[in-house]
Ligand binder design. Sequence first.
Ligand code: NAI
Length: 462
Amino acid sequence: MSSFDVIIIGGGPGGYVCAIRCAQLGLKTALVEGRETLGGTCLNVGCMPSKALLHATHCLHDAEHNFATMGLKGKSPSVDWKQMQAYKDDVVATNTKGIEFLFKKNKITWLKGWGSIPAPGTVKVGEETHEAKHIVIATGSEPSSLPGVSVDEKTVLTSTGALALGKIPKSMVVIGAGVIGLELGSVYARLGCEVTVVEYLDAITPGMDAEVAKSLQRILTKQGLRFILGAAVQGVEVAKGNATTRYKLRKDESEASLTSDVVLVATGRKPYTENLGLKEAGVELLPRGQIKTDAHFATSAPGIYAIGDAIVGPMLAHKAEDEGMALAEILAGRAGHVNYDVIPGVIYTTPEVASVGKTEELLKQEGRAYKVGKFSFMGNGRAKAMFQGEGFVKILADATTDRILGAHIIGPSAGDLIHEICVAMEFGASAEDLALTCHAHPTCSEAVREAALACGDGAIHA
Ligand code: NAI
C-alpha cells in the first residue's frame, strides 16, 4: 500500500491537468488510468483524432475547390485512407506520449488499472489498495444510448467507431445534429460519402445562437450534407451489412426510413460513474446521473471530489481542465475558481463556429435590454483571400452599460478569434474597449473589432 496527498481517478483533460497542478503545488500525487495511454476520451478517441481528420479533409476540400483558382494546377490528391488513419493515429500518439512525459517531469505516479473507492480515503486499483487524503473523480462521460438502436461499432457507430472505420462508407446516416454529428459528418461528406443528418429538433446545434445555427446549416448543406429536421429516430435495423434508420416526423407523425452503409449515433453523452463504488463510498448522484458537488467540487462523501463531464455543466475538455486546476488550488489550500459565464464553445467544421456568453434568445428570455454589433467576413479582406468570406461576428452588449454579454462567430478561425472576447469578458470590458483596441491588418480578427464598432457608431467596412 502506498500513500498520497491526492489520488485522481481518470486521465482525461480534467484528471491529468488536475494531477499536474497538484504536483506543481507540492502535493504527492497519483493518477489512476486503465487505458494503455493517458489523455482520456479527448486525446484518444475524441477531440484530437477528429481534429486530425478534419484537418486532412479540409486540405482535400481546398485542393479540390480552391487550388485551381489560386493558380495551383495539376491533379487533385486522391485519398489513401490507410495513410490518413496512420496520420491520425500518429497525432494521437504524439499527444498521449506528451502527457506521459509531463507526468514524469512532475513526478506524478501513474497507477495503471481501473480504480474504485472502497471507502473514503482509499482507492483500489486491481489487487492493490492505496491511501489518499483527497480523492478526485474525473471519470468523464460515455455516449448515451438511444432506444431501439444497438451500437456494434461496425455498422452502427459511436464517435469512437466512426473515427476508426476500415474503409470510407458510401453513405452515412448521422443521428443528432450536435457537435459530434456535424464534425464527423463533415469529415465523411468531404471524403465523398453521402451524409444525411437526422435531428429531433427543428434546428441544428441546440442552444446555439439561432442566426449562427441557420447560417451553419445553409453552409453545410452547400457542402453536401443533407438535413432532416424535426425527426425522432425510432430505431435502427441492421441486415446484410446495411442499416435502416426509421424515424417519425414530429409535425405530422408520418414515418419514413433511410438505408445507409453506416449509422453514427451522436445524441449526446452521459456521465461515466460505473464500477467506482460510489454508493458504498457515500457519493450521491443527481437524477440525471451526474455526481452531486458543491461550489468547491466536494461530493457528499468526505475527502472525495469530482470534476469534468462527471459533474454538472457543459461536457467540454476545457471546462474539465479549468475545474481540475481550480480544484488543485483548493486542495493546496489556495482559492480556486471557475467562471462558468465565460466558457467558450467551438465546433470545428469549416467554417468554424465559436460562441461565449449569452445568446440573443437567452437575453430575450431574461427580458434584458441589449444591442447587437454584427460584421460579415465578406468585409474582411484576409478572409476573402482565403475563400472564407462566409459567416459573421456578432457581439451582444448591454444596451445601457455597453458591457459585452456574449459573442457568436461563424467564420475562419472562429475558435481562435473567440478568445479575445473571452479575455475582454473576464475583465468586464465594454464593446467600446474592444473597438478601441488596435487590431493588426490584414487579419481575420479585424472582423471582431468591426463587430464591436457596430455596437457603437458603426463598422467601417460594412
Ligand atoms: P449534443 O448534445 O451536442 O447533440 C445531440 C443531438 O442529438 C441534439 O441536437 C439532440 O436534439 C439530438 N437527438 C437526441 N435524440 C435524438 C433522436 N432520437 N433522434 C434525432 N435526434 C436526436 O451531443 P453530441 O454531438 O453527441 O456530443 C456529446 C458531447 O460531447 C456534447 O456535450 C459536446 O459538447 C461534446 N463534444 C464537444 C466537441 C467540441 O467542443 N468541439 C466535440 C465533440 C463532442
